[in-house]
Design a protein around this ligand. Structure first.
Ligand code: IMP
Length: 184
């Protein structure tokens, strides 16, 4: 399959659509077994996870709910630390088994800062399901229970993931092409 251009960059095919489909089904089977009779609530983190979340959710064979949230972080007025909130989290999460659904865990910063916010609502459990993980880039401690693919630390697009707003609408995942260095 051919390379694509997104904005000014060239991307090459990396994970094929059929491979993604198989892996997502495997994760769904695993989740269905782990959460049998628990009716988990999937919290899909927008924007990037919408495709993964939809495919994962419809492959589940157990009762489950899904809700979509957007994580916003801003500098607190008085504290020097980042305050992380979620938009769209109206449901009562008390006692629920939560599965956070992410497109990619890179540094781990987003979820590392967001999970304590979730814990304040006293859910029964919190697990993370991420489509992609870049272990070499992850510096914030996180437990990732369900990982679609562990990938090298190189920028990717497709299957919901974007480069500056574009590139989400592909069935497969593309990786940034190697920079070619010109001989001088
Ligand atoms: P983290 O907080 O560093 O783990 O970053 C997670 C977020 O960064 C993801 O939800 C993506 O929106 C974005 N991101 C990180 N790496 C990539 C990539 O290779 N392609 C597209 N988005 C990425």
């Amino acid at each position: 399959m051919d390379q694509i251009r997104v904005h000014d960059k060239i991307f090459v095919p990396f994970i094929a659509a059929d491979q993604i489909k198989r892996r997502v089904e495997e994760l769904a089977q695993q989740i269905s077994a782990d959460y049998k009779d628990k009716r988990p609530l999937l919290l899909a983190v927008l924007n990037g996870s919408f495709m993964f979340a939809a495919d994962l959710f419809r492959s589940l064979t157990i009762d489950a709910e899904i809700s979509f949230i957007k994580i916003a972080s801003y500098q607190g007025m008085r504290s020097s630390g980042k305050v992380v909130t979620a938009i769209g989290m109206e449901q009562d999460l008390g006692g629920r088994d939560i599965i956070l659904v992410e497109d990619i865990v890179d540094t781990g910063k987003t979820l590392h800062h967001f999970i304590p916010t979730l814990q304040q609502q006293h859910p029964a459990s919190i697990a993370v399901a991420t489509f992609l993980h870049k272990p070499d880039a992850t510096i914030f401690p996180l437990t990732l229970t369900y990982v679609g693919f562990s990938i090298p630390n190189r920028f990717v697009v497709g299957y919901g993931l974007d480069y500056d707003g574009l590139g989400r609408n592909h069935y497969q995942v593309y990786q940034l092409a190697e920079e070619t260095t010109k001989e001088s």
